[in-house]
Ligand binder design. Sequence first.
Ligand code: PMP
Length: 429
Amino acid sequence: PSKEEILSLRQTHHGHVFHYYRMPVMITDGHMQYLFDEERRRYLDLFGGIVTVSVGHCHPEIVKAGESQMRKLMHTTHVYLNPEMALYAKELTDKFPGHLKSAFFVNSGSEANELAILLARVYTGNYDMIALRNSYHGASYLTMGAGGMHTWKYNLPMGFGFHHAANPNIYRSVVPKREAADFYAADVMDIIKGATPGRLAGYIHETIQGVGGAVMYPDGYLKMVYEMVREHGGLCIADEVQTGFGRTGTHYWGFETQGVTPDIVTMAKGIGNGFPLGAVVTTPEIMEAVSRKLFFNTFGGNPVASAIGRAVLRVIDDENLQAHSANVGTFLKTQLTKLKEKYEIIGDVRGRGLMVGIEFVKDRETKEPAKTETMELHEMLKNRGVLVGKGGLYGNVFRIKPPMCVTVEDMEYFVYHLEQAIRQLTGLS
Ligand code: PMP
């Protein structure tokens, strides 16, 4: 079928749930950091299937691990013992500080966060949770209430005991940078004292907001909040669905960049390089909260998912992808910062490792979002063979989160085309 026929099938059978600007590309093949359309046109993939293809499209080691496990055994459920899941739990928890030794496997980030919230509530005996405005934690009904993005889009009750604290976005901070950590931590304290006195179950956060537009928090913010939350009986949950597995470059986990150790960590996306997989890692004591109660997941950590998850961990280590993320990410940020000096439309360049955001504004003083221009640039880059993500509260942020095998040369290619597109858009060429 042609691309037009596929688009028509999509519109007939999916409605308009998946929205896009102009004509979407059709992807038929992938190899490492590149995607190919139906005419074999190559695209540099800087979005990685939304930060999911962590080590490369159809990476041969991942394909090999999945294929050979599929020939042996595809599924058993948790009712029986299977070597893959237990070995995987050991290898995954080895990546965490000593007391975080218990893992439970699910299939997605939403499911992982559902379990984390359940654990916090059952373990503490409390119900109230704190999350951040502009955060994203999933698309199940509970996690939509947790995230600070969905609640205002649906005209439905989505409270579920969640209180949303001010978003500690350094770029759009309402106070000077040096006061930002105290200021935004104080907002969490106000909620603890005002809205949840004595009833706090936990606090859930991303370390760099992903869907929210690569939002970075002030240094020291999470440390202060963790202390407050724990002092008032709550657990701290780090959502590492986007920031985990070496992506931030300097650290394996995003939370480490803020010098904190969570009580519960949730993972998905990059954990399976595109295969549906998610996990919750916590202490054995906290995991006990759901033990011997009715808690079950049919597919979570099935033998194929576990074999693939193990291969992803191996590839990240064998190919030194964490250090590589740091190097390529630093190169990219340096190049983008040079572009920012030349073009007013770039309001901010931020991020860590290979999780980078470029925020486009109409005016650097007012920071008025350049939403239409962002969509145009996104389209122009697509036509030049580069795929980037787009997001942020105002839809004016490019999200760069490629498979971690991307090279410095790929980034040179991207920055060159971004500059050309900006010049074309702003009438400079
Ligand atoms: N947490 C974060 C930080 C995410 O970015 C996402 C997905 N965008 C989720 C949770 C939900 O993951 P999933 O779509 O696999 O349910």
